[in-house]
Design a protein around this ligand. Structure first.
Ligand code: SAH
Length: 253
């Protein structure tokens, strides 16, 4: 297991930031800085991240609660721990990145589309370090997450081991073909952007399901978020804001 990084003591102020009323209440909330064990600085950082997400317009309290409960700093390299709660993507090795918290929240909020309960089965393409998969596992009955790079699939497995998330299934494979065995999916989310949404994803989406993916805009120079809703009568596509994701690639490596 990766050694748990040590945390800067100067961040253990606790009192300065009003707590967002979501997520697990910290048992240490009432303690003064000297009474707090090392490491709680990260809780304060995560709370601030939630406030930033709210400022950015994230309203779904279930999404905020899930993002408040998953320790993003455990998914990045020790040297990057101090940036773990900034709204930025960070390198996770093999030329890939952990997505910005703001984008993770935005996409999952879109995926949930105001649902009151949990999503059913969810397919994630691009496990990366496993962070978004962990967030999804708190919001769905089952999560299938596929990664095409063996090194990252293994890294995600390692990062997620201690969290023991029985409803999260990590798969090593080419996500371009989806994962037919888990279909149909109530929701499909891609963390890598291609020229178009592969037909397999559409086929594996349940009627009544929603897909959120970055796709190339015309000309291929930029990407935008695409939402696809599948109903009994067909597909409805909605193109949203510009995003920057790593490329969706085929094959394994
Ligand atoms: N959700 C991830 C983001 C990782 S970046 C996280 O929280 O860290 C996107 C990932 O998609 C990369 O790891 C990349 O290797 C992977 N990817 C790209 N094309 C893929 C494909 N066809 N199948 C599966 N994974 C793919």
């Amino acid at each position: 297991m990766k050694p748990r990084p040590s945390f800067p003591a100067r961040l253990d102020t606790g009192a300065a930031v009003p707590r967002v009323a979501v997520g697990k209440p910290s048992l240490m909330a009432g303690l003064s800085p000297v009474e707090r064990p090392q490491g709680l600085g990260m809780d304060a950082h995560r709370q601030r991240m939630l406030q930033l997400l709210q400022k950015q317009g994230v309203q779904d309290t279930a999404v905020l609660a899930a993002m408040g409960s998953v320790e993003r700093h455990r998914f990045v390299d020790t040297a990057l721990v101090n940036q773990a709660y900034e709204d930025t993507s960070l390198p996770i090795g093999l030329g890939q990145t952990i997505s910005k918290p703001g984008v993770v929240a935005r996409m999952i909020e879109l995926l949930r589309n105001g649902a009151s309960g949990k999503l059913g089965r969810v397919l994630e393409i691009g496990t990366g370090c496993g962070y978004q998969a962990a967030v999804l596992s708190a919001l769905a009955q089952e999560v299938y997450s596929i990664e095409r790079l063996r090194g990252l699939h293994d890294k995600a497995r390692e990062n997620l081991r201690t969290l023991r998330l029985p409803n999260l299934h990590l798969l090593f494979g080419d996500g371009m073909v989806g994962y037919a065995k888990g279909a149909p999916y109530a929701a499909i989310i891609a963390a890598a952007g291609g020229e178009a949404v592969p037909q397999a994803w559409i086929d594996q989406l349940a009627v009544g399901g929603r897909l959120v993916a970055p796709v190339a805009t015309e000309g291929g120079t930029a990407q935008a978020l695409l939402v696809i809703d599948k109903s009994a009568t067909g597909l409805r596509q909605t193109r949203l804001e510009a995003v920057h994701f790593v490329p969706l690639k085929s094959g394994l490596a």
